[in-house]
Design a protein around this ligand. Structure first.
Ligand SMILES: [Zn+2]
Length: 238
């Protein structure tokens, strides 16, 4: 283990001294300051608190509502208002480097939309996973349910990953089919505490599927090709 705190403690949080940077995806220290603007006159330039409302009463609280956090590693800023990150608009990690192109786009859209709407983000994350599973199992019958698709994949993946697919199948279902399955599952996707967890679980599951079914076989094949037997046969078949 790397000694990192659990995922939920690494998520960006208002005024946290360290969190996973939404730009570079590293768990890094962040420096916080209130957002200010440059007020220029003919003779001077000064930085003053950001003002947006005309009512004098609201100015102080308006200025206090805006913050920026700058990553110590990549030096990119994030902008916050009322304790919520507004920029960059994303929730969840980055797509695996071997994520198929046709799935990557959905993955990135899910992380972007989740910052605005948790339910939309969870729906997109589930769609991402479904698309990925279809790419990984092209001979699956069209219209197969996620339960069927999961069962087809199970022999090819680790037990832990299989279990996570089952959680996603049950939990993510509520996030998408709101009318058919109202209640706890939808709440899970909307809830501040478990909503991001569900989204992260779905996206992390997508990344792990790519790792187990694309990256590792690719690495094995590359290493095999470097062995004498591999060079002789040019094929990893046993
Ligand atoms: Zn960064």
């Amino acid at each position: 283990m790397t000694g990192l705190p659990p995922l939920e403690e690494r998520r960006p949080q208002f005024r946290a001294s360290k969190f996973t940077c939404p730009h570079c995806q590293m768990y890094t220290p962040h420096e916080w300051s209130t957002l200010r603007r440059i007020k220029a006159s003919r003779t001077s330039r000064e930085s003053v608190p950001l003002e947006g409302d005309n009512t004098r009463m609201a100015v102080a609280s308006y200025a206090e509502a805006w913050w920026t956090s700058v990553c110590a590693s990549c030096e990119q800023p994030s902008v916050w208002r009322h304790e919520r990150m507004l920029y960059p608009l994303r929730l969840g990690g980055a797509a695996h480097e071997d994520m198929p192109t046709e799935v990557r786009e959905l993955f990135e859209e899910a992380t972007a939309v989740a910052a605005v709407s948790r339910r939309a983000g969870a729906a997109m994350a589930r769609t991402t996973l479904e698309r990925l599973i279809k790419v990984l199992d092209p001979s699956a019958p069209s219209g197969a349910t996620l339960a069927v698709l999961n069962d087809r994949l199970r022999p090819r993946i680790s037990a832990t990953l299989g279990q996570r697919l089952d959680i996603v199948r049950v939990a993510g279902n509520g996030a998408v089919h709101v009318d058919q399955a109202p209640g706890d599952l939808v709440v899970l996707a909307l809830d501040d505490a478990s909503g991001p967890q569900l989204l992260e679980l779905m996206l992390a599951t997508a990344n792990d599927l790519v790792d187990e079914l694309i990256s590792r076989p690719k690495l094995t094949s590359t290493l095999w090709d470097k062995t004498p037997a591999g060079r002789a046969s040019t094929s990893p078949a046993s």
